[in-house]
Ligand binder design. Structure first.
Ligand code: KIV
Ligand code: ZN
Length: 516
């Protein structure tokens, strides 16, 4: 058997997807789920990018035991130092440092000669080695780099101890046969001096095909993300790569992965609910339609013999299509069991809180599906401390010609404040009154609402993106309720809490002072 290492970068490259930012608690939940999924390396962030990234990587480093925790770092001292400090508690740790090697990047972005780039790469790897034994080096934009220059720089970084050499197709330019040929030549050149890794972007929709072609040509690590999240058109999707290798073992054997396949669907759902980015319905493996058969001929075929139209059994990826879960009469024990099957690692207090929310939901909703439980935990339980908390929301009845109004009570610092506002519509009134009570003036950048499962009594999940400060990026908030307006108010206050936490929490922990 030849094991391929799965390097997941959902928390780093995936977070670079427009609108996919996650808070620290959410990142921890995802990291724990990735560990359960069996990924070999978790790229937990880019420590020098922000105090929030640094904090998330350190917390993940002290919690995750089985996967290697990695931080990205540019080939500069401060970045590498931040990465080294952030991962220091991890039982297995790696620094991933990179510099661009393509003529276009060296000339216009770095404004450095190829010799200077080699020198910088060598210094970076040597410095990273002073923090940990496991160091990965990436040639950014390798897909458009000269292969002779790649060999020169790889040779130089191997000399100072780089263990893994990553070849990214940063702009998703290469075709599968070209990517395969490049990896074959580089693997033969490097031989067993280091592991060759690939990192393919999806600009031409070829990221997974390119990755698989690299695997058969000598790559022994693949970098990928859950649901194919990532910069622009995204990265190669983890679930597609590993299921292709498993399903077509006739072609890929003896290549195997360590993935625990039954955790694929729970991981995909967790990432979708945390980021608010749903995979397209026809997305392979995890899209809503991946196992749906519309035509009568197909339905008939599947009923007679499943393999007539399905090459993967939904159960193999942890998707139980018929799973209607617990009802009104279910006990705490069964509920706890369900949480663990769905991949959550919650404290006893969080389980109690989730159970209370579940019981409230049972009174409002007839059938409760796995996705309801996932949404409930992701939205209501795994969250940062509530600086502002919504206590009540009251809306005026909508009558033609009437004036829409909203009244709220919000708790802050153990004090409750009640106020009301009118607006151009009910939603406008809700945002206005929250702004007034909390003393902010948020600008709504994006608003999305969707039903979590089917039925008129379905839970509404609202995702908002709000800018509370022109000089800072907009933040996301999620809200869940059978009532859409209540979900909207919760989402808006959630975004405000994320913003306050980012601003206040990190200032209090003094991370900014560390100069990171
Ligand atoms: O796409 C890319 O080149 C990257 C590197 C930093 C590995 O994400
Ligand atoms: Zn990338």
């Amino acid at each position: 058997m030849i094991p391929i290492k799965i390097f997941d970068t959902t928390l780093r490259d995936g977070e670079q997807s427009p609108g996919a930012s996650m808070n620290i608690e959410e990142k921890i939940q995802i990291a724990l789920q990735l560990e359960k999924l069996g990924v070999d390396i978790i790229e937990a962030g880019f420590a020098a990018a922000s105090p929030g990234d640094f904090e998330a990587i350190s917390r993940i480093s002290s919690i995750v035991k089985n996967s290697t925790i990695c931080s990205l770092a540019r080939a500069v001292q401060n970045d590498i130092k931040a990465a080294g400090e952030a991962i220091k508690e991890a039982p297995k740790r790696r620094i991933h440092t990179f510099i661009a090697t393509s003529p276009i990047h060296m000339q216009y972005k770095l404004k450095m000669s190829p010799d200077e780039v080699v020198k910088r790469a060598v210094e970076a790897v040597a410095y990273a080695k002073t923090f940990c034994e496991d160091v990965e080096f990436s040639c950014e934009d390798a897909g458009r780099s000269d292969i002779g220059f790649l060999k020169e720089i790889l040779d130089a970084v191997i000399e100072v101890g780089a263990n893994t050499l990553n070849i990214p197709d940063t702009v998703g330019y290469r075709l599968p046969h070209e990517m395969g040929a490049m990896i074959k030549e580089l693997s033969e050149f490097v031989n067993d001096r280091a592991i060759i890794s690939v990192h393919c972007h999806n600009d031409l929709g070829l990221a997974v095909a390119n990755t698989l072609e690299c695997v058969v040509n000598g790559a022994r690590q693949v970098e990928c993300t859950i649901n194919g999240l990532g910069e622009r058109a995204g990265n190669a999707a983890l679930e597609e790569i590993v299921m292709a290798i498993k399903t077509r073992a006739d072609y890929f054997a003896p290549i195997v992965t360590n993935i625990n396949f039954k955790e694929i669907y729970p991981t995909s759902r967790l990432v979708a609910s945390v980021t608010g980015i749903e995979p397209q319905p026809n997305k392979a493996i995890v899209g809503k339609n991946a196992f749906a058969h519309e035509s009568g001929i197909h339905q008939d075929g599947v009923l007679k013999h499943q393999e007539t139209y399905e090459i993967i059994n939904a159960k193999d990826i942890g998707l139980d299509k018929n799973s209607i879960v617990l009802g009104k009469h279910s006990g705490r024990h069964a509920f706890k069991d369900k949480l663990s099957t769905l991949g959550y690692s919650l404290t006893e207090d969080e389980i109690n809180e989730a159970f209370t929310r579940f019981k409230i939901l049972c009174d409002k909703k007839k059938e409760i599906f796995d996705d309801d439980i996932r949404a409930l935990v992701a939205e209501e339980i795994v969250k940062i401390p509530q600086i502002f908390e919504l206590v009540t929301l009251q809306l005026s009845d909508c009558v033609p010609g009437g004036v829409p109004s909203a009244a709220v009570t919000i708790r802050h610092d153990d004090k409750e404040t009640t106020d009301a506002a009118i607006g151009n519509g009910t939603m406008d009134a809700v945002f206005k009154v929250i702004d007034r009570v909390c003393g902010v003036n948020g600008e709504l950048k994006d608003y999305k609402v969707e039903a979590v499962t089917q039925g008129k009594d379905a839970l509404a999940k609202v995702v908002v993106k709000v800018a509370f400060d022109e000089s800072k990026p907009a933040v996301m908030g999620h809200g869940l309720s059978v009532d859409t307006m209540l979900a909207t108010a919760k989402a808006y206050i959630g975004a405000l809490n994320n913003y306050m936490h980012m601003k206040e929490g990190l200032r209090m922990k003094g991370l900014e002072k560390k100069g990171i």
